[in-house]
Design a protein around this ligand. Structure first.
Ligand code: PGA
Ligand code: ZN
Length: 426
């Protein structure tokens, strides 16, 4: 069995111009795999912690300590280990770090290494990564959630809600979902220009949210879907990431743009009102990660109508997913590999979600690179849905384009289940 012979780590730069980690693994027979750590800006408190150097250089975000850890501790521990033994390699990484939240070596160091090993194993098996991960199981391209307006922490908190997204419910293929979204994204830009509000894009490429109220974004989104010649709620649904942990703690929520403060019930009511009036099919983090009672109540209130996605609340953690399922909070899980810190733990969170009957959405972070691994994870693991950000900027488009490549080259026609990925939830 092929073993790891070389492991190199260096600093590269992410889509916000910040330092990040790239790891390249080489096997003894010359196969290579590369892993890159993405970075979040609206993070859950329980996710794997990044190693950042602190100090003045690059705003304290340099990763030299993490790189040293990879070279001096991780490489010696992994050298000679079979590259295909992902679970054993990830267990070694977890043990080596030795902390509950991966703060010693850094979740960024661990996920870059874990992904690099995975890519090397697929290369050594001479298979595309999605195919290697599918391991003979049926797989299909995921239904995309694509951002049209970016807000919250990704747009200087210009609006409170973080992501205003569309979901191409009527698309018959991944490529068609992108075609439909391209028209909506373009129409939204034109509508913003007509309103005098076109002033660039947010961190994930969505139009900058020049709105007087959070709800205005929903109005323009519906108008954009119509302007694209599509029927809201039939062809194209709306997905929101409220990212409520960013503006709420202890059951109090401050919507700065709407100049209101709400309790948990109040925010629930506001969202339920939006669900009545707009074609919303999915809401992520409707309440803050510390408001489990609110999440349970909201999930119950929208059962059978709307997908309720846990991101900050569940942080790609199998144990937390299991606990949430027991109490009935959320009915879908966002799956972000760097929240977990290793490929194996990411897969465990996905399995826990599946076991609980929750839908799964593999997701990028707001700080990304040209890395397209998540598209392969979403496809190979048959996750059902994929969230990558908007329909602009190459760190996003690289991923959508990779989906087209996989669909064109590899997947049998008709394998795309589209809106049915939401079927169990809505
Ligand atoms: P982040 O946000 O990558 O900035 O943490 C993405 C999300 O909340 O889904
Ligand atoms: Zn989120």
């Amino acid at each position: 069995m092929t073993v790891i012979s070389q492991l190199q780590a260096h600093r590269i730069w992410d889509s916000r111009g910040r330092p990040t980690i790239e790891v390249e693994v080489t096997t003894e027979d010359g196969f290579k795999g590369r892993g890159i750590a993405p970075a979040g800006a609206s993070r859950g408190t329980r996710e794997a912690v990044e190693s950042r150097d602190g100090g003045h250089r690059f705003g304290g975000l340099d990763v030299q300590n993490a790189l040293r850890g990879i070279r001096e501790e991780i490489f010696p521990a992994l050298k000679g280990k079979p590259v295909a033994h992902q679970a054993a390699i990830d267990a070694t990484l977890i043990e080596l770090d030795g902390t509950a939240n991966k703060q010693r070596l850094g979740g960024n160091a661990l996920i870059a290494t874990s992904l690099a090993v995975l890519h090397a194993a697929a290369a050594q098996a001479r298979q595309p990564l999605w195919h290697y991960l599918a391991n003979g199981q049926v797989s299909s391209l995921p239904l995309p959630q694509i951002q049209i307006f970016g807000g919250g922490a990704h747009a200087g908190r210009r609006v409170d809600v973080q992501d205003f997204m569309v979901v191409a419910l009527a698309a018959k293929s991944f490529a068609e979902a992108l075609e439909m979204t391209a028209e909506v994204y373009r129409a939204a830009g034109q509508l913003m220009a007509a309103r005098g509000g076109l002033t660039g894009v947010a961190d994930e490429g969505g139009w900058w949210p020049n709105f007087a109220k959070n709800e205005d974004a929903l109005d323009v989104l519906v108008a954009s879907i119509e302007a694209a010649g599509l029927v809201p709620g039939h062809d194209m649904g709306i997905a929101l990431d409220v990212a409520a942990s960013e503006f709420g703690h202890g059951g109090r929520y401050r919507l700065a743009l709407d100049d209101t403060e709400l309790d948990s019930d109040g925010l629930c009511e506001k969202l339920l009102d939006w669900i009545e009036r707009y074609p919303i099919v999915s809401i992520e983090d409707p309440l803050a990660e510390d408001d489990e009672a609110g999440l349970i109540a909201f999930t119950k209130a929208v059962a059978g109508r709307v997908q309720v996605v846990g991101d900050d609340y569940l942080v790609t953690n199998a144990r937390l997913v299991h606990a949430a399922a027991k109490v009935g909070a959320c009915n879908a899980v966002l799956i972000k590999p760097n929240q977990a810190g290793t490929v194996t733990e990411t897969r465990e969170a996905l399995d826990a979600a599946r076991k609980a009957g929750y839908a799964t959405i593999v997701s990028a972070r707001s700080g990304e690179t040209e890395d397209v691994s998540i598209v392969h994870l979403a496809t190979g693991w048959n996750a059902g849905q994929l969230k990558v950000g908007s329909f602009a900027r190459s760190e996003r488009m690289a991923k959508w384009n990779e989906g087209i490549r996989i669909e064109t080259a590899s997947i049998r026609p008709g394998a795309f289940i589209g809106g049915a990925a939401l079927g169990r939830m809505i």
